[in-house]
Design a protein around this ligand. Structure first.
Ligand SMILES: *Cc1c(COP(=O)(O)O)cnc(C)c1O
Length: 211
């Protein structure tokens, strides 16, 4: 089975640090970690500031990977270099409003909802094309590709194969957006086999989270 296509280089490891303190992020920086992922703004923004104090001028990239409420967008844009959870028109509209004010751009992934339950995060497959068109209309969002979480109790391989199918829809209208953010502690090897370019691994690296 082919690994990540070599043209895209090795996959980017995003260490998910949610529910761990800034001290752990500082240790990761010392170990050469370049990318961390967080899923809640309140926790992430405090941790970002604390990390800046612990390790000034670090080169860490902060990836926002959780459901993002529109009223948190402004805050998230203070520290995030990428958002993996673009999933609905109102969020794209808010990004389109805030990014020009900050005179900045951001890397964006469209999150897929593979569950069929509209109440979950991510865009339903039938709305993917429409949302992609909308994102492409915002020059400050550098569309990277798709993000997905394999459903609990589902076979990760079939879940990620579904992502590859839906990627074809995306690439028809956004041929540059060829990155795939998929794979977590339990399924990152399968994800890499299927061409993941960004894996989001938490507990396997950091140990269990204290809730
Ligand atoms: C928590 C989380 C992860 C990491 O999960 P682990 O099982 O600890 O590797 C990855 N992606 C998202 C979206 C998450 O919320």
């Amino acid at each position: 089975m082919a690994k990540t296509p070599s043209a895209l280089g090795p996959a980017t490891l995003i260490v998910v640090t949610k529910n761990h303190p800034a001290e752990l992020v500082a240790e990761l920086i010392d170990l050469g970690c370049l990318n961390v992922g967080e899923n809640r703004d309140q926790e992430a923004s405090a941790k970002y500031l604390a990390t800046e104090e612990l390790r000034p001028n670090n080169a860490l990239n902060w990836h926002f990977i959780g459901q993002l409420q529109t009223n948190k967008v402004k805050s998230v844009l203070r520290y995030a270099s990428a958002i993996h959870s673009i999933d609905r028109p109102s969020l794209v509209q808010e990004l389109a409003k805030q990014l020009p004010k900050l005179e900045r751009s951001i890397e964006g992934f469209i999150e897929l909802n593979l569950t069929g339950d509209p109440g979950r995060g991510g865009v339903l497959p039938e709305n993917l094309e429409m949302l992609t068109e909308q994102v492409l209309g915002v020059p400050e969002i550098q569309l990277q590709g798709l993000m997905a979480v394999a459903g609990l109790g589902e076979n990760p391989r079939s879940e990620f194969e579904r992502v590859l199918e839906l990627q074809q829809t995306l690439l028809r209208i956004a041929p540059e957006a060829r990155y795939l953010s998929m794979g977590m502690s339990e399924d990152y090897q399968v994800a890499l086999d299927l061409g993941a370019t960004h894996i989001r691994v938490g507990s396997k690296i950091t140990g269990p989270r204290a809730y």
